[in-house]
Design a protein around this ligand. Structure first.
Ligand code: E4P
Length: 224
């Protein structure tokens, strides 16, 4: 089954969506954590309490050089959770990913804007690849097309990397990439909410209520 993540550091909203979605875990980035006003240590502990032991967390290194990224990845992967270390797929990041994989660290290559970048990250052994669908679209390019090309490359070469598609502004982008056969996706909270929001849904449910009440008052289904 496709792995479904929320792209957030908001614990209360994660608890809310955990009740109605089959969440695999949570992804964050430095911007998300910074905006939350809470450190990663506190957020991961609270998220783990909400999601349980089987939750997977993707957290990003902030070091800029290869040695720093590697050391930071070691520390993150030693946290008492199922951790995937996010590394930007830059020149330094790709070098760091190769070293991390030699040590068996789980890695997500992030900030992927092009197919060639995703392909190189896959060849370097990244476990997950995060193409930024909406950010690519916003640059007048084709986010879904980038995801499709990377997934095709993975399939043709039988690589083990999983695309974890990221950066969405609407459900159409999300549904389009989910139907390409990708193995993971992370949704921001507003797009997660759009998964069950449609102007026709509530009126339909209200009409059911109205018709039922007219016929059976406040009786429940099995009492009618
Ligand atoms: C993924 O790794 C990023 O955290 C994120 O999805 C980027 O999303 P944004 O374009 O909404 O900031």
């Amino acid at each position: 089954m496709i792995e479904l993540y929320l792209d957030t550091a908001n614990v209360a909203e994660t608890e809310r969506f955990h009740r109605c979605f089959p969440l695999k875990g949570v992804t964050t980035n430095p911007t998300i954590v910074a905006k939350s006003g809470k450190g990663l240590t506190e957020t991961l502990a609270k998220m783990s309490a909400v999601l349980g032991d089987s939750a997977r967390f993707h957290a990003q290194v902030v070091s800029k050089d290869v040695d720093g990224m590697l050391e930071e990845a070691r520390m993150l992967s030693e946290l008492p959770y199922d951790m995937v270390v996010k590394v930007p797929a830059t020149e330094q990041g790709l070098a760091a990913i190769k070293l991390m994989k030699k040590e068996g660290i789980s890695v997500l290559a992030t900030a992927i804007y092009t197919s060639q970048q995703g392909i190189m990250a896959a060849l370097c052994g990244a476990d997950y690849l995060a193409p930024y669908v909406n950010r690519i679209d916003a640059m007048n390019s084709d986010g879904v097309g980038v995801v499709r090309e990377i997934q095709t490359f993975i399939n043709i070469h039988g690589l083990s990397s999983k695309i974890l598609a990221a950066s969405f502004k609407n459900v159409q982008q999300a549904v389009e990439v989910m139907t390409l056969g990708i193995e993971a996706i992370t949704l921001p909270l507003d797009v997660a909410e759009q998964m069950f929001s449609h102007p026709a849904i509530l009126p339909a449910v209200e009409q059911f209520d109205k018709d039922w009440n007219q016929a059976f008052g406040d009786k429940l289904s099995f009492e009618s």
